[in-house]
Design a protein around this ligand. Structure first.
Ligand code: MLT
Length: 324
């Protein structure tokens, strides 16, 4: 969108010229940065809604996985991308609310460096281990991990990712001291969990449900007030007398100076995807839920980012960890 550069330089005179270009958006494929490895929860839900959004927008949404530094590498790339609507991203609760407290030199601010598009999904965390562990209940599992200490390994998607922060909170709550093993996403974490290479993790339900159903990993609890309809036999933490509740989210953003006309089209396409009956059914299977009402769109996401940054920052500070 050639007129874009001029627009910043030229002011009023060029608005007219840009209008047709904005109206025609998109005229080519859109890159969606996923700041974690392919096959993980953020990647899976991005491809699910991205395919539908592409049909609405008339152009393909192409996922580019840029993992590293708990997702902050990919989100930095997104914040610094040309604000022409052809580079957007799907970050998550980690990159969009925990990262500021963990990375003092973070090159983006989740609340101001992006044009918020909207929340993509919510999904509770699940406490899971490799199949070989003999523990059966959450209490037995916690006692076992506590006794074993750093003999055991906890896999996560990098400092500041959801699985890292959820692990921080869960492990600190019970005084668990496993060896923390970082990956570029919980897709590869899950592969090593199934292979018995690592002992446990606390990951988004949407990522682990297929393996739980396949019986290739063990699940002790869903960290939510209610059971998931897709896992009717899996108890919640609450049912086991425990109050560890951890709900995660993924969200779509664009670089901050992306024209409103373009952001509006992305918001509309995302909302249409979230209202699609097939996607709604897939969300249920994946232990996920879609934002409703005022939770939708840029304002809903902005509010969520600000409240989550305020909620998580003291938790991370108390844990005394940093990403650098
Ligand atoms: C992923 O897609 O790998 C996860 O969202 C990473 C995380 O934040 O735990």
């Amino acid at each position: 969108m050639h007129c874009m550069r001029f627009l910043i330089a030229g002011g009023i005179a060029l608005v007219a010229f840009c209008a047709p270009a904005l109206a025609q958006y998109p005229t080519k494929a859109i890159t969606v940065i996923v700041p974690f490895a392919a096959g993980g929860p953020t990647d899976v839900v991005t491809r699910l809604v991205g395919e539908h959004m592409g049909r609405t927008l008339g152009q393909t949404l192409v996922v580019e996985n840029i993992g590293g530094a708990g997702g902050s590498l990919g989100m930095t790339r997104a914040a610094q991308a040309t604000p022409d609507g052809y580079t957007i991203a799907v970050g998550n609760m980690g990159t969009q609310s925990a990262a500021p407290a963990l990375y003092p030199n973070l090159k983006y601010d989740p609340a101001t460096s992006f044009a918020q598009v909207g929340v993509v999904n919510y999904t509770p965390q699940a406490i899971v281990s490799k199949k070989a562990l003999t523990t059966k209940t959450l209490k037995e599992f916690i006692a076992y991990v506590k006794a074993k200490g750093s003999e055991l390994t906890f896999g996560h998607a990098g400092v500041g990712s959801i699985s890292h922060v959820a692990g921080l909170v869960f492990n600190a709550k019970y005084g668990l001291t496993p060896n923390l093993v970082p990956y570029r996403g919980t897709g590869p974490v899950l592969q090593d969990l199934v292979a018995g290479q690592i002992d446990y993790t606390v990951d988004q339900s949407l990522n682990v449900i297929p393996q739980i159903k396949a019986g290739t990993i063990k699940v002790y609890a869903i960290a939510a007030p209610e059971r998931l309809s897709s896992l009717p036999d899996v108890p919640t933490t609450k049912e086991q007398g425990d109050d560890f509740i951890f709900s995660a989210w993924n969200a779509m953003v664009a670089p901050k100076d992306t024209p409103k006309e373009i952001v509006d089209k992305l918001v509309d396409a995302l909302n249409k995807a979230l209202d699609d009956p097939a996607i709604k059914a897939r969300y249920v299977e994946l232990g996920s839920s879609a934002p409703q009402g005022a939770e939708r769109g840029p304002a809903g996401l902005q509010k969520l980012v600000e409240s989550e940054v305020a909620r998580i920052t003291p938790v991370i500070k108390a844990a005394g960890v940093t990403g650098q």
